[in-house]
Design a binder for this molecule. Structure first.
Ligand SMILES: [Zn+2]
Length: 206
């Protein structure tokens, strides 16, 4: 049951745009509070919405293995919810966080151009800090351990390294390409037609 509760649910805003993912636990909470409805495709492809009570009834009428047993009833775990009462409107400014720098640089070392696991990437001050290089969008990039070691406390030129692109403040909202490592339900695909979804960066979705 606890593994069900931590599964991912796609969150749509009032315009039916995919804006986030949350856990089943949070989705059920929002549903129960009347802040969200469950979205499900009917067999004919049309979309149906269910409030908490409707969803609870539906869960009894069509039992499904992916259900959660509460004290008095079973409830099926939702895969997509629609927010009713508020929009998760994007923050205007992209926050300057480690996470967003990784997003901007697409987990790619900005010197050798190779993509890495996040844990194998450092943040590098292009102009070293002790030479007055600021900690800013324009002066901080992802770099792999090897490039970072090679660069040491020098400018890229001195180290014989070149940035693959000039770092700058992202103008976009931090839309994130679908992380294919995340299990993605078929039911999400309908809403992911932009192929992008927004994660509130800087905080974990789990
Ligand atoms: Zn590198």
């Amino acid at each position: 049951m606890s593994s069900f509760l931590s599964q991912q649910v796609l969150v749509l805003n009032r315009l039916w745009q995919a804006v986030n993912v949350c856990t089943v636990r949070r989705a059920l909470n929002l549903l129960f509070q009347g802040q969200a409805q469950v979205v499900m495709s009917a067999t004919d492809g049309s979309l149906q919405t269910f409030n908490f009570w409707e969803w609870r009834d539906f869960s009894q009428q069509q039992p499904h293995p992916e259900s959660i047993q509460t004290v008095s009833f079973k409830i099926r775990i939702p895969q997509v919810i629609l927010l009713l009462l508020f929009d998760r409107l994007p923050k205007k400014e992209v926050k300057f966080t480690r996470h967003n720098i990784f997003e901007r640089d697409k987990n790619t070392c900005q010197y050798c151009g190779e993509q890495f696991d996040r844990r194998d990437l450092n943040l590098d001050h292009v102009i070293p800090r002790d030479r007055g290089g600021p900690t800013s969008w324009e002066n901080v990039v992802c770099s792999c351990v090897e490039c970072n070691t090679r660069k040491a406390n020098r400018s890229p030129q001195e180290a014989g390294l070149r940035l693959i692109r000039k770092p700058k403040r992202p103008r976009w909202r931090p839309f994130v390409q679908i992380n294919l490592e995340l299990p993605c339900h078929d039911s999400w695909k309908h809403f992911l037609d932009l192929a992008y979804w927004n994660v509130e960066l800087g905080e974990d979705t789990g």
